[in-house]
Design a protein around this ligand. Structure first.
Ligand SMILES: *Cc1c(COP(=O)(O)O)cnc(C)c1O
Length: 428
């Protein structure tokens, strides 16, 4: 640990709460010695980590800069203004609300701001890559609003097999006239055509919402096309490809929408903002504005392409045939009919590769089992891994899956991964 402040914090936890300290130490070691292939995770910089652990956590700052419900907010106003300024610069838009505690909260605030209970909205079939806040039955979005779902292309002979079926989405929207059309996903490996979604939303008089939680970093650096100027409202997390602390963010160019969003976030949905987290978001946005971050995002995609190619060479089928972004969905049935996502995830973890099971389109297995694995390269790229190591990762994945979780194979691979990790240390 490099700074005195951090050292003080570290020893304070160790001295006052050894049980929690041991867990944190173990987790630090786990992260340092395993390969993080979960597409929605990343490793933040030391500066971002430090900002999240500061005295800002002590303060109530309900309200917005210049209009707080508590005294003593001078520096909190400065921090939040900087965060907003950087967010709008990063995404090329006019307004930002940096207070949502998470991506799901950003979505809840958007629904609260722009829809009434019972209103219809359109989103992707959830099992094909949508997020639970896009209309899952027991989520607020499915309980208090009426989702209709557009499909992927399921026709094997179509060259765009398993990509979004824009024609079907348009037909569905013209028929049901949703008040909002939602695009942006949790497990979709292809470029999203925001212009096409804008045309669809316009035709049925709907608001277009883009949830770029996964691809925010790629969008900010021009590695994926921007939802602006097409979307009326954009929500995101700050902790996936954007590489900040866990959190949410809402963006728009529309002044009326911006006002409604501010009211919906506070006092509509949340109380006091997490100012230490907002400071950490500001630090992360500052990092993302630097040229190195653009190069980082380009490398994320190059690594995903290399990993995808290596897996395909070994006979694995990828959903939609490949990837344009930071993630891919591996259809494990293509390797062996009895191989499940649940087994794959468990066996790989034992070998030091952290992944998550994920349904593939039209999966016949239940969500706790699934037939797929979702793999992403943002965290590995942060460690400095490049194309050559992606080939090696594909070899390890294949060895473990082919061995059906043989403990001897897992132990051998685990050892090799620990060695690789030592050569590519975490940023903190
Ligand atoms: C991850 C994700 C979210 C939710 O983010 P949380 O911070 O976990 O609430 C929302 N939408 C999409 C598309 C996501 O992938």
């Amino acid at each position: 640990m490099a700074t005195d402040t951090l050292n003080d914090t570290v020893s304070a936890i160790a001295a006052s709460d050894p049980a929690i300290w041991r867990c944190i130490q173990s987790e630090q070691k786990r992260q340092a010695t395993t390969l993080e292939l979960i597409a929605s995770e990343n490793h933040v910089s030391k500066a971002v980590m430090e900002a999240a652990g500061t005295c800002l956590t002590n303060k109530y700052a309900e309200g917005y800069p210049g209009a707080r419900y508590y005294g003593g907010c001078e520096f909190h106003d400065q921090i939040e203004r900087i965060a907003i300024e950087r967010a709008t610069q990063l995404f090329g838009c006019k307004y930002a609300n940096v207070q949502p505690h998470s991506g799901a909260n950003a979505n809840a605030a958007t629904f609260l701001a722009l829809l009434n209970a019972g209103d219809t909205f359109a989103s992707l079939v959830l099992s094909d890559g949508g997020h639970l806040s896009h209309g899952m039955k027991i989520n607020f979005s499915g309980k208090y609003f009426k989702p209709i779902h557009y499909p992927l292309i399921y026709d094997l002979n179509n060259p765009k097999f398993e990509q979004i079926d824009y024609d079907a989405a348009e037909k569905l929207c013209l028929e049901h006239k949703p008040k909002m059309v939602l695009c942006g996903y949790s497990a979709y490996p292809r470029v999203i055509d925001f212009a096409r979604f804008h045309a669809i939303a316009d035709k049925c008089g709907a608001i277009l919402m883009a949830d770029i939680a996964h691809i925010a970093g790629l969008v900010a650096t021009g590695v994926h096309p921007s939802p602006f100027p097409h979307a009326h409202i954009v929500t995101t997390t700050t902790h996936k490809t954007l590489r900040g602390t866990r959190g949410g963010l809402i963006l728009t160019n529309d002044e009326e929408i911006a006002k409604k969003i501010d009211k919906a976030v506070f006092p509509g949905l949340q109380g006091g903002p997490l100012m230490h987290i907002i400071a950490a978001k500001a630090v992360a946005f500052g990092e993302a504005l630097r040229p190195e971050f653009k190069e980082y995002c380009r490398q994320i995609v190059r690594n995903a392409q290399a990993l995808a190619a290596a897996l395909k060479e070994k006979g694995y089928r990828l959903v939609s045939g490949g990837t344009d972004n930071h993630l891919m969905l591996v259809d494990l049935r293509s390797r062996s009919a009895d191989l499940t996502g649940a087994d794959g995830e468990k066996w790989l973890e034992a070998a030091g590769m952290i992944t998550n099971k994920n349904g593939v389109p039209n999966d016949t297995r239940p969500p706790k089992v699934t037939s797929g694995l979702r793999l992403g390269t943002p965290a590995l790229t942060t460690r400095g891994l490049k194309e050559a190591q992606m080939k090696q990762v594909a070899d390890w994945l294949d060895r473990v899956l082919t061995s059906k979780g043989d403990p001897a194979v897992a132990a051998q691979v685990r050892g090799q991964i620990t060695e690789l990790c030592a050569k590519f240390p975490l940023p903190h």
